[in-house]
Design a protein around this ligand. Structure first.
Ligand SMILES: Nc1ncnc2c1ncn2[C@@H]1O[C@H](COP(=O)(O)OP(=O)(O)OP(=O)(O)O)[C@@H](O)[C@H]1O
Ligand SMILES: O=C(CO)[C@H](O)[C@H](O)COP(=O)(O)O
Length: 412
């Protein structure tokens, strides 16, 4: 490995990227790039402000900025469903990169690009087996590269991101990720590494209780993937120690947590079909004001079933109030039970405030658009939709502030 210098006629800024054979560039001065190479020779003409190097230097506009959202959860806990709801709030369909690897994990829409952090596995399936580590173990992941690339995208610079192929279990050649308006990094560890965490403008943790996770896994992996009950149990048990050590602790850093638990409306329920869902919202987060029911800061318990909301057994119960979560002040909105008629959700929506809708009934409209998504008739769908609207609002506030603040003032 050698240290090389490339001279260029281009004016460089912090938003430049370099098509180098190396992964790390060390730094650069006005017209000079210094980086490690892994073999390729660089033509160096000291002091001539001229380049004959084979490297392409791309510089983004100095004021480019991508808003970065982190979504953490274990596998099979509803990340994809949440992403589909989020992209629907922004409009347009999310698709894998056109003409790219068919096994890409990336989803691109007009506003958002969703990258899956599985792409930063440093060990492929065989490598993990040989070393006896799970994909949840930090040793199986490259946090340095994750940090460098998320930072580059946030600064408006395109990156060549690796692809972890879930079909083959191998690391495939990289794909180009251009800076979108909103970058969502979803997966096991978006808040694990403090450098990556500090890049997030907003973070969400999907906290699915063991009982519910088990019920969902059985439903998906037995029905859709042909796994046996024993193998599903074994896979959950094998992942549990690393889940507890590396994934679950991230919830303390999340700005919003969607907690999914078995219902309390049916004593000793073990079917896991009716859910109690809690939306835990941190107070004091910039650009985010928690949703409330009836009266901000009060403690409320509400059974909306009656003339305006049809409920069959075991009914629906909402709760709202202040609480503390890992030492942080939070507001918690809870829904236990499920809707019989989704169009009647408008009645509940009209009693919620700070939901960041653009018109009356937008939450209900979003849920009605996607009745086929899992959880549309309960608190998971309702709260995922509301968090999607809050993210849109946060993005619009950040952009509005950017437009008002001149570039130089922002950098100072
Ligand atoms: N809100 C929900 N209510 C009921 N079931 C759900 C809900 N969300 C997800 N599921 C179940 O869990 C399965 C996994 O959901 P999804 O694909 O969204 O999760 P994921 O976290 O993206 O999974 P993976 O990381 O394994 O791709 C779904 O097929 C569905 O069976
Ligand atoms: O926890 C996971 C996140 O999705 C996967 O198990 C991990 O990415 C490994 O993938 P695979 O099981 O396809 O090798």
């Amino acid at each position: 490995m050698a240290v090389c210098t490339v001279y260029t006629t281009q004016s460089l800024n912090t938003n430049c990227s370099f098509s180098t054979p190396s992964k790390i560039h060390l730094g650069f001065h006005q017209k000079q790039v210094v980086f490690y190479t892994t073999g390729k020779k660089t033509s160096k003409r000291s002091g001539s402000n001229h380049t004959s190097s084979p490297y392409v230097i791309t510089c983004a506009a100095a004021d480019a900025q991508t808003v970065v959202i982190g979504l953490a959860a274990d596998s099979g806990c509803g990340k994809s469903t949440f992403m589909r709801r989020l992209t629907s709030v922004f409009g347009g369909a999310a698709e894998p990169p056109k003409g790219g690897n068919p096994d890409s994990n990336t989803l691109i829409s007009d506003t958002t690009t969703v990258i899956c952090l599985d792409d930063y596995h440093s060990l492929d399936r065989t490598g993990r087996k040989e070393k006896g580590v799970t994909a949840l173990d930090p040793r199986a992941n490259n946090f340095d590269l994750m940090y460098e690339q998320v930072k580059a995208i946030k600064d408006g610079v395109a990156v060549e991101k690796p692809i972890y192929n879930h079909v083959s279990g191998l690391l495939d050649p990289p794909e180009l990720i251009k800076p979108p308006k909103i970058l969502v990094i979803e997966g096991l560890h978006p808040m694990y590494d403090s450098r990556v965490r500090d890049l997030l403008d907003f973070s969400i943790y999907l906290d699915i209780s063991n009982e519910v996770k088990f019920a969902w896994k059985i439903q998906r992996d037995m029905a859709e993937r042909g796994h046996s009950l024993e193998s599903i149990k074994a896979s959950i048990e094998a992942r549990k120690p690393d889940f507890d050590a590396y994934i679950d602790p991230q919830k303390q850093y999340a700005d919003a947590v969607i907690e999914v638990l078995p219902t309390q409306l049916i004593p000793d329920d073990n079917e896991g079909k009716i859910l109690r869902v809690r939306l835990i919202m941190k107070e004091g987060v910039q650009y985010f004001s928690p949703v409330y029911l009836f009266d901000e800061g009060s403690t409320i318990s509400w059974i909306p079933c009656g003339r305006k909301l049809t409920c069959s057994y075991p009914g629906i119960k909402f709760s709202y109030g202040p609480d503390s979560y890992f030492g942080h002040e939070v507001s918690v909105l809870e829904m236990d039970g499920q809707f019989d008629r989704l169009d009647e959700l408008i009645y509940v929506e009209s009693h919620l405030s700070n939901i960041s809708t653009k018109f009356y009934g937008e939450v209900t409209q979003q849920l009605l658009k996607h009745t086929d998504f899992p959880g549309s008739n309960n608190g998971t769908g309702l709260f995922q939709t509301i968090v999607g609207l809050k993210i849109r609002d946060l993005y619009e506030q950040i952009i509005a502030k950017k437009v008002k603040t001149p570039v130089q003032a922002r950098k100072a």
